[in-house]
Write a protein that binds this ligand. Structure first.
Ligand code: ADP
Ligand code: ADP
Length: 236
């Protein structure tokens, strides 16, 4: 298995709070890794470090290395907007832009210079990857805000995919969804690992057991268990 990303002695501080305490964790290419542990244990903080999202939180300090293809991305010289194209993120609450379905996906690739023809293709391919194309192809130019919560979340995943990332980070992507939509997103996550490396924060052990290849168990800012999910859940 190839390592796609690896943290080395990663620490996060919010002022006096030491939220992540020296975590060494690999993400293996084309696998799903679930981050689990009790509320407040640092799993979302750790996830947000991986594309430097924590930089946007005032007072947050991130120390240690985050190695991607031989480069430490936790350095001031790294262009974080470029980085976030390659390491996409999906949040707990679906947050589509108040724009059309088409525009939600096309917006960022257009900024990077994609032509109208490229954009049409990117929109169609991304929506097909999240199994949303058939549901929305007749209303691509209508507002995304009219979609159901589950559809909005799949649209947000499509928006991340459209930037052609290597890694997709999902922060409790199903906790605001009903059971049927949750099932669809879980299925989708397993499909996506064929093309991407996935890390997903979950507060639900059963979900982690269902969908992940690797599980990272956090407790009070420490990574206390890491291994293949099948092993961890059969030998507690
Ligand atoms: P989890 O995702 O496991 O619930 P978090 O990463 O959200 O845990 O939180 C880890 C610790 O960091 C907690 O003590 C939390 O209160 C603190 N924390 C999280 N986000 C912030 C923030 N933006 N500012 C200050 N403290 C924070
Ligand atoms: P880089 O930042 O890697 O140097 P650019 O962002 O300048 O690359 O984009 C390079 C080319 O890739 C552009 O011509 C653009 O049309 C195309 N492109 C950008 N985003 C996408 C995408 N999501 N899918 C397909 N092509 C894209």
């Amino acid at each position: 298995l190839r390592v796609q990303l690896e943290t080395v002695d990663l620490h996060v501080y919010y002022g006096e709070t030491h939220a992540v305490k020296g975590v060494d964790l690999p993400l293996y290419q084309n696998t799903v890794t679930a981050f689990i542990g009790p509320s407040g244990c640092g799993k979302s903080t750790f996830l947000r470090c991986l594309n430097r999202m924590n930089d946007t939180i005032p007072g947050a300090r991130v120390e240690g290395r985050i190695m991607v293809e031989g480069i430490d991305i936790n350095q001031p010289v790294i262009n974080t907007s470029h980085l976030r194209r390659h390491i996409g993120m999906v949040f707990q609450r679906p947050n589509p832009f108040s724009k059309s379905i088409y525009e939600n996906i096309a917006f960022a690739p257009r900024l990077y210079g994609a032509s109208k023809k490229d954009l049409d293709r990117i929109v169609e391919e991304s929506l097909k990857k999240v199994a949303l194309w058939d549901e929305v192809k007749d209303r691509l130019h209508k507002t995304a805000l009219a979609l159901s919560g589950g559809q909005q979340q799949r649209l947000c995943i499509a928006r991340a995919i459209a930037m052609n990332p290597r890694i997709i980070l999902l922060d409790e992507p199903t906790s605001a969804l009903d059971p049927i939509s949750t099932g669809k997103v879980e299925e989708l996550v397993q499909e996506l690992k064929k093309d991407f490396t996935i890390a997903i924060v979950s507060h639900n052990m059963q979900q982690a057991a269902r969908i992940s290849d690797y599980t990272a168990y956090f407790y009070m800012g420490n990574l206390v268990e890491f291994g293949e999910t099948a092993q961890l859940f059969t030998n507690p």
